[in-house]
Design a protein around this ligand. Structure first.
Ligand SMILES: [Zn+2]
Length: 217
């Protein structure tokens, strides 16, 4: 994906400067002002505002003026112009912060879950793996003995960590049988080679029957 970064101007306020003479044609009440807010955007999402731009134009002689051309009274009036809150200009920043909080929470939750599950490997658990070559894959536990686990490895690898859950399909586990001692398993987890553990809970018969919709005659 291509990210385009730049700045844009947004017109946030327009009005007349009352009781002020045009510095050029000396007409009164002819000065029109526009305030623009400059903001940084990524692609189309605004990140944050970076400054203000002020345009002053005389509606009579059509000349443009700088803030410094005005009388101190008019300058003060313009300084006191209330601008609406431009919260939307921060929307990209807010999205980024929320995403970071979500990712960190998810990471901690995953870590806590796998810290518990790794100590009690159970038949049917699916482990997400990160290999030293940078690929990701899974194995599922077929059998657990007093000191070892017996697994079937997934036939496929993924390039991205978020793709690895999609590999977890029954037909992807064929014949790559590998066993680990429980000590080895703890070590793999400690070294970050086991990145996620999913403990599958199979619904009981009684729970299943609750989902049956009674037939009406
Ligand atoms: Zn003028």
């Amino acid at each position: 994906m291509l990210f385009l970064i730049g700045t844009k101007d947004s017109n946030v306020k327009n009005g007349f400067i009352s009781n002020e003479k045009c510095p050029k044609c000396k007409n009164e009440n002819t000065l029109n002002f526009s305030i623009f807010r400059k903001y940084v955007y990524v692609t189309i999402v605004p990140l944050f505002p970076v400054g203000k731009i002020l345009n002053i134009e005389c509606t009579n002689c059509r000349n443009w003026f700088y803030y410094e051309d005005l009388s101190p009274e008019a300058q003060e009036k313009l300084r006191n112009e209330k601008l609406d809150s431009s919260l939307w200009m921060f929307s990209g920043t807010i999205i980024l912060i929320l995403f970071a909080i979500y990712s960190i929470n998810n990471y901690i939750k995953n870590q806590n879950e796998s810290d518990i599950l790794i100590k009690n490997p159970t038949v049917g658990d699916v482990y997400n793996l990160k290999f030293s070559n940078g690929y990701y894959s899974t194995f599922k536990i077929d059998k657990v003995s007093a000191d070892s686990i017996y697994t079937t490895h997934n036939d496929f690898d993924a390039y991205m960590p978020y793709d690895v859950d999609d590999l977890d399909k029954t037909e992807n586990y064929s014949n790559r049988k590998i066993s680990y001692s429980k000590k080895e398993l703890l070590l793999l987890h400690k070294n970050g080679e086991i990145i996620k553990i999913r403990h599958k809970v199979y619904p009981l018969e009684t729970q299943k029957s609750e989902y049956k919709i009674p037939m009406t005659k």
